[in-house]
Design a protein around this ligand. Structure first.
Ligand SMILES: NC(=O)c1ccc[n+]([C@@H]2O[C@H](COP(=O)([O-])OP(=O)(O)OC[C@H]3O[C@@H](n4cnc5c(N)ncnc54)[C@H](OP(=O)(O)O)[C@@H]3O)[C@@H](O)[C@H]2O)c1
Length: 285
């Protein structure tokens, strides 16, 4: 399907539509409420919001959703299970807290944020299996429309598959010009999962690389817009974050041009290993 606007969707393998660009809500070092940014994104036409308990701002995000005045069923809202709450009972409790913080009665997508948090490092596969059992129950109850994972590599997916009754529908990974790792993408897509691209702008780290600058000049676009378009043309869902209403709009203005095969190849080849995502099995959180 040709994508023409923010609300156009990819389809998950359970048939649920997912708007092709999500609005990222990780604030990093930003301070203050993120409510206005979420509202500005929805005003600009975003219909997909990527939240997480770990970001500590679900109440602000929920307020932005409420203040937008857009009907809940027109939005696609994702959240993620926080690292310290893996396991069956914990997951049920964490999910309830997330819903309460966001002020919502259901989620469109719920993800296991991290496959191997330090707290469960000795028994991560069991902790994920137990969380997934809770995910499947909540999904069966209709309180989540789709379930998936984030930062999972092949061995995490294989371990989960040993007990899962419902296969994950999404893997959210770091994907941007600078970190294009086909093997990680294929690990998920061969299992029928859709890839969501987090940090799709590489937080600006590769904006000055030649391939991006050249494509930007050729199409009269900014490097950020080229990054977002590149993700879409790979069949992945970019999740750009911005607290600026201007850049929120800029990041959505990517439907009136197409990158050539040569431009895609040149951007694929940008490598920025220094900023690659960390090894999920050794990181200290
Ligand atoms: N699953 C995970 O483990 C995981 C990890 C990281 C992120 N995520 C998700 O992915 C989302 C996006 O990732 P991210 O926040 O790490 O990075 P990103 O979206 O690649 O980059 C965000 C940074 O780029 C700036 N920016 C945004 N639009 C711009 C533009 N048009 N021109 C120049 N600069 C621009 C933003 O600044 P301003 O705000 O000042 O515009 C911000 O500093 C997160 O918000 C979160 O929802 C998930």
């Amino acid at each position: 399907m040709k994508l023409t606007k923010l609300a156009d969707s990819f389809t998950l393998s359970n048939g649920v539509g997912i708007p092709c660009i999500g609005f990222g809500t990780f604030m990093g070092k930003d301070s203050g409420s993120f409510t206005a940014a979420v509202k500005a994104a929805i005003d600009a036409g975003y219909r997909h919001i990527d939240a997480a308990a770990r970001y500590g701002n679900e109440a602000d995000v929920g307020r932005g959703i409420l203040e937008s005045g857009i009907a809940r069923e027109e939005l696609f809202v994702t959240s993620k299970l926080i690292n310290g709450m893996h396991g069956y009972k914990n997951t049920h409790a964490a999910f309830k807290e997330t819903l309460a913080d966001l002020g919502l009665s259901y989620l469109d997508l719920y993800l296991i944020h991290w496959p191997n948090p330090i707290k469960f490092r000795n028994d991560w596969a069991k902790a994920n299996a137990e969380s997934w059992r809770a995910f499947e129950e909540i999904y069966a109850d209709g309180k989540i429309r789709a379930i998936g994972v984030s930062n999972f590599r092949a061995h995490h997916l294989n371990a989960l598959a040993e007990t899962a009754k419902v296969a994950p529908l999404v893997n959210q990974i770091r994907l941007c010009p600078g970190e294009y790792r086909q093997e990680i993408i294929e690990e998920s897509t061969t299992r029928g999962m859709l890839i969501e691209a987090y940090s799709p702008l590489a937080r600006g780290a590769t904006f000055t690389r030649d391939a991006l600058k050249k494509a930007a000049a050729a199409h009269g676009k900014t490097p950020a817009q080229i990054c977002i378009r590149w993700c879409l043309q790979h069949g992945c869902i970019p999740l750009p974050k911005s607290s600026s209403a201007e850049r929120v709009k800029e990041n959505a203005d990517v439907f009136d041009f197409e990158l050539s095969a040569e431009e895609m190849t040149a951007i694929n080849a940008i490598e920025d290993r220094e900023n690659w995502s960390k090894d999920p099995d050794t990181i200290d959180f």
